[in-house]
Design a protein around this ligand. Sequence first.
Ligand code: B16
Ligand code: MG
Length: 211
Amino acid sequence: MDAEAVIFDLDGVLVHTDRFHYLAWKKLSDEKGIYFDEEINQRLRGVSREQSLEIILERYEGEPFSPEEKKEMAAEKNGIYREYLSGMTPGDVTEEVRETLTELKKRGLCLAVGSSSKNAGFILEKTELRDFFDAVSDGTMITKTKPDPEVFLLAAKLLNKTPEKCLIVEDADAGIEAGKRGGMRTAAYGEAAKSGKADYILRHFSDLLII
Ligand code: B16
Ligand code: MG
């Protein structure tokens, strides 16, 4: 690859916390009588907690929830999600991911995380991934969520790299769009690979070493 930096999405790329998001939203939806399924869940990839709730409520036909109730619901979902996260260990990161990150660093690339999540720091700590990265840009540092490029532009800035020198690795269409809007190259992994919008498709995480 001719990029000088790689900016990784977290949820769905480095770790599979996407399953925990689904289970936590499902629990909250069932409790409140709101319809929610795997298909709706796909639309939550990369978007903020608050926006995720708005997407889930699109099909809800009951009395509208007040802003306070929505705040409580988002907080409740986060509580359930954090319980799942607290059980995470370094074993939740595959050898393939660790070996690929190690090799990219050996080749002199700068590495960063660009995640919409406000829990990114906690996840990186639990999985002992933090030391691989020269910078972390996450949901606690931005005002606009993906598909806005803010989170990736901040990561590039923290790395001291111009956008065109950065490659974004993403599992969400919203993230691929964010990378493109930010003037970066994009590699799709997992769900985002299906839409064919990215510059590269990664069938395996380690394909990063051969593109
Ligand atoms: P939190 P990413 C995103 O992480 C998730 O894909 C998305 O489903 C979630 O709603 C968002 O983080 C916010 O997460 O509730 O933990 O702040 O894919 O950008 O790493
Ligand atoms: Mg993701």
